[in-house]
Design a protein around this ligand. Structure first.
Ligand SMILES: [Zn+2]
Ligand SMILES: [Zn+2]
Length: 771
């Protein structure tokens, strides 16, 4: 008789891993035990050599749906064999190091139960099991046991208890296990907090939605506002009441057949929708149109499928998709608490579909898009966090690091034992409520992962609230503060995600985004870099152009158009030659003398090589949101949308750019492109063609620069990242042309290429410099 001690690491706790091991051990006639501990799961197995070998071989093949096995190590064990195979209760583990599972969409078995009139969970909206249901959204501490979740308030009934205790049951140790007799309950309220007495609040809520009312729905990670997506009045009312003027609304459909009536989706997109994380997937609008107010100026619709029994039951009662947008007032985080929702959503919602299970951790819906052959997460939250990323070889030796993230689309990241733990999307820290959430979430993650930072990584930008909070933390704990350049962090995040080893050769990067502070104290954002994890050299960039009015230039694209035109042309000449164009007329009505003086004297007009503002300027020239944008990227999205139908027919403008040498840096100037665009506008060329030609010109310049830099540096691997690469035309064409030239192209997939992915990059740069 042989004995082995087998160590399993990964997402192995709270996901049904131990019962799976128990079944497998019995199948292979083994005795011994399995238990959770601080490092994951430990197995002691006794039996013949062949049986133990077969058992170990089968473990990775028999994983329960939510488990992820990162490693499995076996060692000989000299101990007296057991008489049977047992599951041993959790031992309290201080500073648990094991990843906690993310919330997961309802599994097929649970869906079958709620659809079965003979089942005791028939139509029960909180049905879940070991293979699905809430996790991070309900957890208060570790180890993951019911008493440390918001299910602690609900004592299991004898039947649920029996399931929980039976290793043969799908609900063995399912911490959120419950049923209609013992679990949370659902009710419907009106604006006067009066409960609507009815047999079935879900069906009633569906009826109200069908009639055009707006219903606040308490979901898994927060409140949503729901209305009928096929009802233009309801959607317009929601926009107006929510004071959300332009940003697209997310949609939920019953199934992919319902989605296919309104959008095009292929195999990969369908798989992403059905993923256990159930993200919002951005799809090309196609076929039957929905209310026009859902996604103004956008050719995409963001769809998700039901991911809780509550959503499934709601959608079964409806025959059109619903808008399901976060339940908040303008820029605040979505509500999570009943009273908070009653108060804050008063004046927006007509009815409230509430339940009595607390949402401990707010989790927004994740957002993904298929680009360049891969599903890419643009917002990473529910369903993905707090999954860990095992970092590439070499990072095991790094100190514990806390990376504070960016200012907008913030997420933060912990590094512990070679694993990067990126938080869910937190939001824009300018908002006080988001900031409050940010601090709480950092505290929670520290508790969950038993984490104390040795280094705190912040962005170079002194005004980021994340930077300031990192400085404050570093002042109160024995942790060293490190500040890191924004675009280097973008590049490094992509390297880490793709498994580049610690001592990787330097790679080239084109990092295009809104802006980030550069090493020279100016704002960067259209950058060509040569970097590895430790070092980063700027090789080239877009021509820096003033941002007249600073932050105002982010909200008012005409300011960027003016600054660009003023840089490349003589203004009186422009007025004379192109005075009839809308953009020139619009600019003429602005206080241009003041702006010109500000720019000349560098008063509140920082120069920036931003690619995001470059897009805004060209969008403004084509009359797209010239006066104002309601969210960052709105003008660029409109330009991409306009260019898409004619993109394949068009080519770059000839001589669109020039490259100047500025003290060894290659500076990309766009005089030729501006002249060509103005000339096209002058002869009334279709603006869609102009938009396509602008895209092609940027693509051609980017590819030409990168190919040349490859020859100059000897690098042949290129990272494309930064929020601007969320433009599908740009990402796909640049990637394809570089691959055709024999280059390796890396771009982010599992972590956002926008600032939501920044903390991962800060983490690996800080780690690499500490080793
Ligand atoms: Zn289930
Ligand atoms: Zn029960």
């Amino acid at each position: 008789m042989a004995g082995k001690a087998i160590r399993a690491r990964g997402v192995v706790q709270g996901v049904g891993f131990r019962p799976a091991i128990w079944h497998l051990a019995r199948l292979h006639r083994l005795t011994g035990a399995v238990w959770n501990d601080a490092e994951g799961v430990m197995i002691h197995a006794f039996g013949s050599d062949e049986d133990i070998d077969a058992f170990i071989r089968h473990i990775p093949l028999q994983l329960p749906p939510l488990a992820r096995l990162d490693s499995l190590e076996a060692q000989d064990l000299n101990a007296p064999p057991d008489h049977e195979f047992r599951i041993v209760a959790s031992r309290e583990n201080h500073g648990a190091q094991t990843p906690i599972a993310a919330d997961a969409a309802t599994c097929p078995d649970c869906l079958a139960e709620i659809a079965d009139p003979a089942n005791r969970r028939y139509r029960y909206p909180f049905t879940n099991c070991t293979h699905c249901g809430p996790r991070l959204s309900i957890i208060r501490g570790v180890p993951y046991d019911r008493c440390r979740t918001s299910m602690a308030e609900f004592a299991m009934c004898p039947r649920c208890r029996h399931e929980y205790d039976d290793p043969n049951d799908r609900r063995f140790h399912a911490q959120a296990n419950c049923c209609p007799d013992c679990g949370p309950r659902l009710w419907l309220e009106n604006g006067d907090r009066e409960t609507w007495h009815c047999d079935d609040p879900v069906t009633q809520a569906a009826e109200l939605i069908r009639q055009g009312f707006i219903v606040a729905v308490k979901g898994l990670g927060g409140f949503h506002l729901a209305c009928n997506a096929a009802d233009p009045d309801a959607v317009a009312r929601l926009r107006q009441r929510k004071r959300r003027h332009a940003k697209p609304f997310a949609l939920m459909a019953r199934d992919t057949d319902m989605i296919a009536r309104h959008a095009r989706l292929d195999e990969q997109e369908s798989r992403a929708l059905h993923n256990k994380a159930a993200p919002i997937v951005l799809l090309a609008a196609h076929g039957m149109t929905l209310a026009p107010g859902i996604a103004p100026d956008d050719d995409k619709l963001g769809f998700m499928l039901p991911y809780t029994p509550l959503h499934s039951l709601l959608m079964q009662a409806l025959d059109a998709p619903i808008v399901l947008t976060s339940g908040n007032v303008s820029d605040e985080p979505q509500c999570t608490d009943n009273d908070e929702a009653r108060e804050k959503l008063a004046g927006i919602a007509d009815y409230w579909l509430l339940h009595d299970r607390a949402i401990v951790n707010r989790l927004d819906d994740s957002v993904a898009r298929l680009m360049d052959g891969s599903i890419r997460l643009l917002r990473r939250a529910r369903g993905y966090s707090p999954e860990t990323l095992p970092l590439p070889a070499g990072f095991e030796a790094a100190d514990n690091i806390l990376a504070m993230g960016a200012e907008l689309k913030n997420s933060f990241c912990l590094l512990k034992n070679g694993q990067a733990i990126v938080s869910q999307h937190i939001g824009d820290l300018e908002n006080a409520a988001v900031q409050h959430d940010y601090r709480n979430a950092i505290a929670l993650y520290r508790r969950l992962f038993g984490f104390t930072p040795r280094r705190i990584a912040v962005d170079l930008h002194p005004d980021y609230l994340s930077t300031q909070y990192g400085q404050a933390l570093a002042a109160t704990e024995p942790a060293e503060l490190v500040d890191l350049q924004h675009h280097h962090a973008h590049l490094a995040a992509c390297l880490a995600e793709h498994g580049a080893p610690l001592n990787t050769e330097p790679v080239l990067g084109a990092i295009f985004d809104g802006s980030g502070l550069g090493d020279d104290g100016t704002l960067w954002g259209g950058e060509f870099l040569l970097a590895d994890y430790r070092h980063c050299t700027r090789l080239g960039h877009f021509q820096p152009i003033a941002l007249p009015g600073g932050a105002q230039a982010m909200r008012e694209p005409w300011r960027n158009a003016y600054a660009q035109l003023l840089h490349y042309f003589d203004w009186p000449m422009l007025r004379q030659e192109f005075g009839g164009l809308n953009i020139i007329t619009l600019l003429t009505g602005k206080p241009l003398d003041t702006l010109a003086t500000m720019i000349a004297r560098q008063l509140n007009s920082p120069p920036s090589s931003s690619c995001g503002r470059w897009f805004d300027a060209f969008a403004a020239a084509l009359d797209l949101h010239a006066e104002q944008v309601h969210y960052e990227g709105q003008a660029a999205i409109a330009l991409e949308t306009l260019a898409t139908p004619l993109f394949a027919d068009e080519r770059p403008y000839p001589q669109a750019w020039t490259v100047d040498n500025d003290g060894g840096l290659q500076v990309l100037s766009w005089h030729g492109l501006w002249r060509a665009v103005l000339a096209d506008l002058q002869c009334s060329t279709d603006k869609a063609r102009i938009a396509a030609r602008i895209h092609h010109s940027l693509i051609a310049a980017t590819v030409e620069r990168l190919n040349r830099l490859c020859r100059q540096t000897g690098a042949d691997c290129i990272v494309l990242s930064g929020g601007v690469f969320q433009n599908r035309l740009l990402l796909e064409a640049v990637s394809r042309q570089l691959r055709q030239a024999g280059k390796t192209v890396l771009s982010p997939q599992r972590y956002p290429m926008n600032d939501g992915g920044l903390a991962l990059g800060q983490t690996v740069v800080a780690a690499a410099r500490s080793i």
